[in-house]
Design a protein around this ligand. Structure first.
Ligand SMILES: Cc1cc2nc3c(=O)[nH]c(=O)nc-3n(C[C@H](O)[C@H](O)[C@H](O)COP(=O)(O)OP(=O)(O)OC[C@H]3O[C@@H](n4cnc5c(N)ncnc54)[C@H](O)[C@@H]3O)c2cc1C
Length: 448
């Protein structure tokens, strides 16, 4: 280790100045890729580009990587849930939400003005034909994503609580059960694997659902789905990048983009300018705020979701499957000693207050599907959380170059950002490095 003594004033001075020296080096370096946003999209894109030999800098406004929409998300890697948010029934769900206390969706009046253009496109895309096309695109990307994830499962799976357990979706009314089955037939040809479960078979797979046996119309098992902790995954990838000499700047906010002619050549940040050959915006719903001119046509809005995590580490007999209730749009996921209920869609701009009514609905819902676990849940520590999904008007992410050369986007993954993270990042890394892509990229293009 370098020892600083009174006899070496030059070195001592340099040592004191080291944070400034670091910032100076950062400003002078031109990176192959500058990634703005250290969530799932940003960190995974960084990792895929680093694998191709690119030099990387990441900028994240929070004090750590992975504190965004992924932090306590549903942990589900579910290509099976590839239906965009705006399914054909969404209009009536919105209408009902104004009158019903039990809706999975709510719109705060103050959020309405910002939803105008987006809302219209959102409703147009709920038309059955658009919905089905977009669902196929999401499934394709989801299945590809699971292939890319294999590498992460193999190398670090046990460190981020990854488990290939499949998902069970339960239905209490026959109509929605049959509708899902008809969608599944459409998706089988693209590689979706699924199995119809009678109520008896549902209970034999997940005996903890016994308490709701009499209410079940049936279930569907999606055997290829998985679960994993996305916060731990972000930390692992971040450490990997730092170890390989890449720069991760936390507590650092991007305030503007730096342009030269029609090209974006880096970003202005609260700790100085950073130059790069390619700048990637992976800031979730904040995309159009950071690049209003180039991203005018980007229709992404924040839709607030909730989770409630029970610390069930002291219990020894817990559910083994993630279970999604189609009627409530809520999932309950066992993840390494915890049970996490997740769901709801609240249009509330960026208000990140926890709505106590929604938190208690999640609690009630979880106890209602697992009545036999009520005592365990009552006695366990509960942690509520809320995050903003970046929802695009057509339900598809934006992955590709903008009209400004050198500026790329990876955002708008909605309720599927964890599932699609690896595939989206690989697709973008291929586009940036000029490689042939393994999935059709035009459906996800920024100007589509
Ligand atoms: C309740 C809930 C449950 C979910 N469950 C699942 C699930 O089970 N399965 C699934 O597939 N998906 C799920 N998702 C979706 C998934 O978590 C998100 O799609 C994903 O986390 C989005 O990642 P991102 O990196 O694109 O965006 P974000 O997580 O929003 O990351 C953007 C990052 O950019 C940073 N940033 C923003 N502005 C700036 C700036 N100016 N300068 C620097 N940094 C900036 C932010 O701080 C943030 O860290 C869920 C989401 C929610 C909310």
């Amino acid at each position: 280790m370098l020892e600083i003594t009174d006899e070496s004033p030059g070195l001592k001075c340099l040592w004191r100045l080291r944070p400034n020296v670091f910032i100076f080096i950062l400003i002078m370096t031109k990176f192959d890729a500058l990634i703005i946003g250290g969530g799932l999209s940003g960190i995974t894109t960084a990792h895929r580009l680093a694998k191709r030999g690119c030099s990387i800098a990441i900028i994240e406004v929070n004090k750590e990587i992975g504190l965004g929409a992924n932090y306590a998300n549903g942990a589900m890697l579910v290509p099976s849930q590839s239906s965009p948010f705006n399914s054909p029934g969404v209009f009536s769900a919105i209408a009902k939400s104004f009158f019903s206390q039990n809706s999975w969706l709510s719109i705060r009046p103050k959020a309405l003005p910002k939803l105008a253009n987006w809302g219209l496109e959102f409703l147009i895309n709920s038309k059955a034909s658009n919905f089905e096309t977009n669902m196929r695109c999401l499934l394709n990307l989801g299945i590809y994503s699971m292939e890319i994830f294999e590498e992460y499962f193999k190398n670090y799976g046990n460190k981020f609580d990854a488990k290939k357990c499949g998902t069970i979706k339960i239905y209490k009314d026959k109509t929605s059960f049959e509708k899902q089955i008809s969608y599944n037939y459409l998706l089988s040809e693209l590689g979706l694997e699924w199995e119809i479960l009678s109520p008896e078979k549902t209970i034999s797979l997940e005996p903890h659902l016994e308490g709701i046996f009499s209410t079940l119309a049936g279930g569907i098992l999606f055997p290829k789905d998985a679960i994993a902790d996305s916060y731990k995954y972000c930390q692992i990838l971040c450490n990997d990048l730092i170890k390989s000499g890449h720069k991760v700047n936390v507590n650092c906010k991007t305030t503007d983009l730096i342009t030269s002619g029609d090209k974006v050549i880096g970003a202005r940040t609260t700790t100085g300018d950073i130059k790069a050959k390619n700048t990637i915006l992976a800031v979730g719903p904040k995309t159009s705020m950071l690049a209003p001119k180039v991203a005018r046509s980007i229709l992404v809005r924040p839709v607030k979701g909730y989770s409630l995590t029970y610390d069930t580490s002291k219990a020894n007999d817990l559910p083994s499957y993630p279970v999604i209730d189609e009627g409530y749009h809520v999932g309950v996921v066992p993840i390494n000693g915890r049970l996490r209920a997740v769901g709801f869609a609240e249009f509330a701009n960026y208000d990140n207050n926890l709505n106590p009514k929604i938190v208690s609905k999640l609690d009630r819902f979880t106890k209602s599907i697992y009545p036999n676990l009520t005592d365990i849940m009552k006695g366990s520590k509960k942690t509520p959380w809320t995050g903003f999904r970046a929802i695009s008007a057509d339900g598809l992410p934006y992955i590709g170059e903008t009209s400004r050369k050198g500026l790329w986007l990876n955002t708008g993954h909605g309720h599927l950002g964890w599932t699609l993270a690896a595939g989206s990042a690989e697709l973008l890394a291929d586009l940036i490095t000029g490689k042939k892509t393994s999935v059709e990229s035009s459906k996800f293009a920024v100007h589509r």
